[in-house]
Design a protein around this ligand. Structure first.
Ligand SMILES: Nc1ncnc2c1ncn2[C@@H]1O[C@H](COP(=O)(O)OP(=O)(O)OP(=O)(O)O)[C@@H](O)[C@H]1O
Ligand SMILES: [Mg+2]
Length: 272
């Protein structure tokens, strides 16, 4: 093993710029470099507006860097990243489809016969603990239940890479932890490369193999990369209580805190 082909995502000095309405160019991300190995769980944490979603969009092939590149399993990424499943912060379920149809849709689009797609979708609903909710529409589900359906919807396609943009952001603290444990269970059974964006440093440490910190923008880049050597399997309720967790949290927060303050200061200037 090893080598470039076992690197699921490699961002090489990727810079992303946007043209603003007044014609100016805003460099959101500058020369960001990041590797995610096959099967590795990497969390990105950074102040609001720094460019976390932007980086994820580059890895998804939704945004093209103005310089630098994204490589996926050793090859250059051109167009959409077909190896990746994307879980957004907002619900991406079709409101007019039942839970099971929402999960089955990805298979149906790629040509799986409907009966087989439904059978597999039911299996995934069982796995995420929603076996009895197959016939419900999204508005009949709680926020946490909708997130479970969203996870099943992405995982049924068996992507090698999972891109997650604050997927549990809108949930209450307890439900977030339950979802975190579910995600870790699924991840240890199916081992995908995960790039997980969160505001929440505790969540990042509890879940990930590595925590990567981004600087405040403009021209945001990666300013820290910590290996989380906490044992697995983890229970994210329990892991937060350990001494090792606190030590790492304190160390990373020492770097993140300054960037968070800069991020707020810059956002304030932008509206002024
Ligand atoms: N299409 C766009 N046009 C202009 N500027 C953009 C565009 N998309 C993003 N930006 C800017 O780029 C920066 C990074 O945005 P991004 O959405 O990646 O931040 P983020 O780190 O995900 O923030 P949050 O934590 O709030 O979700 C922000 O300053 C944002 O205003
Ligand atoms: Mg974002």
């Amino acid at each position: 093993m090893g080598g470039e082909a076992s690197t699921a995502i490699a961002l090489r000095e990727a810079s992303v710029a946007f043209r603003l309405a007044d014609g100016r160019i805003y460099t959101a991300v500058e020369k960001a470099s990041l590797d995610v190995a096959d099967g590795e769980f990497v969390a990105i944490v950074g102040p609001t507006g720094c460019g976390k979603s932007t980086l994820l969009n580059v890895a998804a092939g939704l945004l093209r860097p103005v310089s630098g590149e994204a490589r996926i399993f050793g090859g250059p990424l051109a167009g959409l990243n077909a190896d990746a499943g994307y879980l957004f912060q907002a619900d991406a379920l079709f409101p007019w489809k039942t839970a099971i149809d929402n999960v089955a849709i990805g298979l149906e689009i790629s040509g799986t016969p409907r009966a087989e797609a439904l059978a597999r979708a039911q299996g995934w609903l069982d796995t995420v603990g929603l076996g009895a909710f197959a016939g419900r529409y999204p508005h009949m589900l709680s926020g946490g239940q909708r997130k479970r359906v969203g996870l099943a919807q992405v995982l049924i396609r068996d992507p090698k890479i999972l891109l997650m943009d604050e997927p549990f952001g809108p949930l209450d603290a307890q439900t977030r932890q339950i979802m975190g444990n579910l995600l870790l269970q699924l991840w240890s059974a199916h081992r995908k490369a995960v790039l997980f964006v969160t505001h929440d440093l505790e969540e990042a440490i509890a879940l990930a193999d590595r925590v990567v910190i981004m600087s405040a923008g403009p021209s945001a880049h990666i300013i820290g990369d910590w290996r989380v050597a906490l044992p697995r399997p983890r229970d994210i309720f329990e892991i937060r209580l350990t001494h090792e967790f606190h030590t790492l949290h304190r160390e990373i927060w020492g770097v993140l805190r300054d960037e968070v303050m800069k991020g707020y200061a810059q956002a304030g200037q932008a509206v002024a």
